[in-house]
Design a protein around this ligand. Structure first.
Ligand code: GLU
Length: 493
C-alpha cells in the first residue's frame, strides 16, 4: 500500500451534489490507481444544517456509485473503519479544542475579547472608507495580566498570521503566491467554543495524515489560510488540487435546485452508476487515449493519472450522458441487465411470477440494444405483461387504414399458424415467404404486426418479441387487431 491518503469531506446539509460526487470520484480513483487510501469524513459540525439522514444519503450515494471507502464512519451494518477516527467531525470536538489550545499555548493564536458591537462598528467604518474590512489587531498583544483580568469573559480565538508569503503549488491551478499581509488575524474558534471550518478541516486533515487535498476550486482561497494553519500546527502540508466545478448546460454553476444536482436523481431516472462514474470523471479529466470516452470503473482505475486533471469547468451535457448510458447498458451481460431491470418491472406492477429467469433474460436481451435508460424497459416490454387494449393512433392510420390492410393481416395469421417450431428464425422465414409470394415489401407485414402485438410502433425487434410472446398469444392478438380494424370500418382508402 502506498502512503497516499486522500479524502472526501462532505458536509451533510442536503443531498449529495454531483459536484461532490465528482470530487469523491477523483479522490477515489487517485487512491485506487496508486494503491493509496481513500477516506470518508463527514463534516457535520454545522449542527443547524446537518442532519443524520443527510449523512446516510451521502453514504448511500457513494455506495451506489461504487465509491467504497477504506476509512470512514459507521454506516448501516458497516462499522467505523480506520485508525484515525472518529470520522464524523462532530465527534472530534475534543481534538479540535486540544489543538486550538496548543496554538494558544505556543503563541500562534490568541484570545480575542472584542465584542460583536465593536467588530461591527469596525467593519462599518472600513466599508464607509471603502477599505476591506479587517480586524484591527486590538487583542493581538494583550499581556498575561490583561488576559487574566478578562478571565471568564466571552471570547473567540484568532490565528496570529505570521509575516511573509504563502505559496501553493496546486496540481490543477498551478503555483499561486499570496502575501500573508492580505489576511487579517482570522477567527479559528467561535465564542461558543466551536472551531471554524478552517481550523477543523486542517486539524482533521493533518491528524488523518492526508497527503493530497483534492476538492472544489471554491476552496482555493481558503487554502492559503489552511497552509498557514498546517504550518503552525506542525503538520505536514498536503499537496493541493483544486478541481473545477460542474456547470449546467447553460454554463452556470450546477444549481442545487436543478434536477440531477442530486446524484441519486440519476438512479431514479434509470441511469447506471457505471455511467455516472464514467461521465463525471470526463468532466474533469482527459484520458491519454485521445477521444476515448467509454470506460468501465476498472478501466478508469487503470487509466487514471492526476496529471491529466483539467483546470476549466466542463458543462453538463445530457445528450452525452444518455449516449454513455446506452453504451454501458449494451456492455452488460443479459443476465446483469435482467437483474437491474427486474425491480423496475416490479415497481411498474408487472406480474413476472409466471416467467422463468431464462425468459426474463431473453426479454432483457432483446431490449439491450435499444433502451437508453433502465426505466425505458417499461415502455419496451409492457405488452408482454399487459395485453394492449388500445393502439397507437398514428400507427393505426398509417398501418391499418389501407385498402389491403385486412388482407395482409389475414395472411400474417395464416403464416403464424403454420410456423412450427415457434422461434425467431421460423417466424422470420414465415415473413420472408409472405414477401416472396405477394411481392409486397417486408415492412408492410412487419409494422402492422408490431402494432397488433404491442399496440405501438416502436419496441424490440419484431421476430424476437413475437417468439417471446408465444404462438397462442401472438395469434390471439392478431385476431383481436383484425376485429378492431373491422369494427372501425375496416380498411379505408
Ligand atoms: N466540508 C467542506 C465542503 O463540503 C469540505 C472542504 C474540503 O474538502 O476541504 O465543501
Amino acid at each position: 500500500m502506498s502512503t497516499i491518503r486522500v479524502r472526501i469531506a462532505p458536509s451533510p446539509t442536503g443531498f449529495f451534489h454531483i459536484g461532490n460526487a465528482k470530487t469523491a470520484l477523483i479522490n477515489w480513483l487517485f487512491a485506487r490507481s496508486t494503491g493509496g487510501t481513500f477516506l470518508l469524513r463527514l463534516e457535520d459540525t454545522d449542527t443547524e444544517r446537518s442532519e443524520a439522514q443527510y449523512s446516510d444519503i451521502i453514504c448511500e450515494a457513494l455506495q451506489w456509485l461504487g465509491i467504497d471507502w477504506d476509512e470512514g464512519p459507521a454506516f448501516g451494518n458497516m462499522p467505523e473503519k480506520g485508525e484515525y477516527g472518529p470520522y464524523r467531525q462532530s465527534e472530534r470536538a475534543e481534538i479540535h479544542r486540544r489543538e486550538a489550545q496548543r496554538l494558544i499555548d505556543e503563541g500562534k493564536a490568541y484570545r480575542c475579547f472584542c465584542t460583536k458591537e465593536e467588530l461591527d462598528a469596525e467593519r462599518e467604518k472600513a466599508m464607509a472608507e471603502k477599505r476591506p474590512p479587517r480586524y484591527n489587531g486590538k487583542c493581538r498583544s494583550l499581556t498575561r495580566e490583561q488576559i487574566a483580568a478578562k478571565e471568564g469573559m466571552p471570547h473567540s480565538v484568532r490565528f496570529r498570521v505570521p509575516e511573509g508569503a504563502t505559496v501553493i503549488d496546486d496540481l490543477v491551478q498551478g503555483t499561486i503566491r499570496v502575501e500573508n499581509k492580505e489576511f487579517d488575524d482570522f477567527i479559528i474558534v467561535k465564542p461558543n467554543g466551536d472551531p471554524v471550518f478552517h481550523l477543523a478541516v486542517v486539524i482533521d486533515d493533518g491528524l488523518m495524515k492526508i497527503t493530497h487535498v483534492m476538492r472544489g476550486d471554491d476552496h482555493l482561497t481558503n487554502a492559503f489560510r489552511h497552509v498557514l494553519l498546517f504550518q503552525a500546527l506542525g503538520y505536514e502540508v498536503p499537496t493541493f488540487a483544486h478541481l473545477p466545478m460542474v456547470l449546467d448546460e447553460q454554463g452556470k454553476k450546477y444549481s442545487k435546485r436543478l434536477h440531477g444536482a442530486n446524484v441519486l436523481d440519476w438512479r431514479e431516472d434509470g441511469y447506471l452508476p457505471e455511467t455516472i462514474v464514467n461521465y463525471l470523471v470526463l468532466l474533469g479529466w482527459t484520458p491519454e487515449e485521445e477521444g476515448r470516452e467509454l470506460f468501465t470503473r476498472e478501466e478508469l482505475v487503470k487509466a487514471f493519472t492526476i496529471d491529466r486533471l483539467g483546470k476549466s469547468a466542463a458543462k453538463f451535457d445530457l445528450k452525452k450522458l444518455q449516449w454513455l448510458n446506452g453504451q454501458h447498458i449494451r456492455r452488460m451481460t443479459a443476465e446483469e441487465l435482467r437483474d437491474r431491470v427486474f425491480p423496475i418491472l416490479q415497481k411498474a406492477g408487472f406480474d413476472t411470477s409466471t416467467r422463468s429467469p431464462e425468459w426474463l433474460t431473453h426479454m432483457a436481451a432483446i431490449c439491450q440494444e435499444k433502451i437508453p435508460t433502465l426505466n425505458d424497459i417499461v415502455g419496451y416490454t409492457d405488452f408482454f405483461f399487459v395485453e394492449p387494449t388500445t393502439y397507437d393512433e398514428k400507427a393505426v392510420k398509417k398501418q391499418w387504414e389501407k385498402v389491403d390492410a385486412l388482407e395482409r393481416m389475414d395472411k400474417i395469421v395464416e403464416a403464424f399458424s403454420s410456423v412450427d417450431p415457434w422461434n425467431h428464425d421460423t417466424i422470420k422465414a414465415g415473413f420472408d415467404a409472405l414477401v416472396e409470394n405477394t411481392g409486397v415489401a417486408l415492412g408492410q407485414f412487419v409494422h402492422p404486426t408490431r402494432l397488433a402485438l404491442t399496440g405501438k410502433s416502436v419496441g424490440p425487434g419484431l421476430f424476437e418479441l413475437t417468439e417471446l410472446l408465444g404462438k397462442d398469444t401472438a395469434l390471439a392478438r392478431m385476431q383481436r387487431a383484425i376485429e378492431f380494424v373491422r369494427a372501425h370500418g375496416g380498411a379505408v382508402a
